[in-house]
Design a protein around this ligand. Sequence first.
Ligand SMILES: [Zn+2]
Length: 153
Amino acid sequence: MVRYVVQVGDEVLRTKCAEVKKFDAELGKLMDDLKQTVRAENGAGLAAPQVGVPLRAVVVDVEEGFFEMINPVILSSKGEQSGPEGCLSVKGKQGTVTRPYRVKAEYRDRFGRKHKLTAEGFFARAVCHELDHLDGIIYTDIADEVYDLPEED
Ligand SMILES: [Zn+2]
């Protein structure tokens, strides 16, 4: 099910999200919905609070693949990159954000199994952006500049 993506100003986007404790069918449904919603919205990632659920769960959809990350933690980061970023919860805007160039992260899948990944470039940017959502951080908080995008028809 494609869910409504909450917009900036909604309190849930400023919540420090809770760890997922139950790896059950309800979590599976949330992860399926996040996938459908991010694809319907043509995004690179989506975090559970963006659909109104204050849990530590995100999806990242990039060239390298589709990743479901539950209770994700950044283990290490390296380097620096600066580039444009947008957010499905901040429609019509983009900003320049500086992020690590490479990150290593650990997370669980919907079945509770542990995984690790190393992300670089845009993939690393997407992981950092989505993980920030779990602590109530929106990219506009840390952007060097934020600007309006031309209106879409
Ligand atoms: Zn976002």
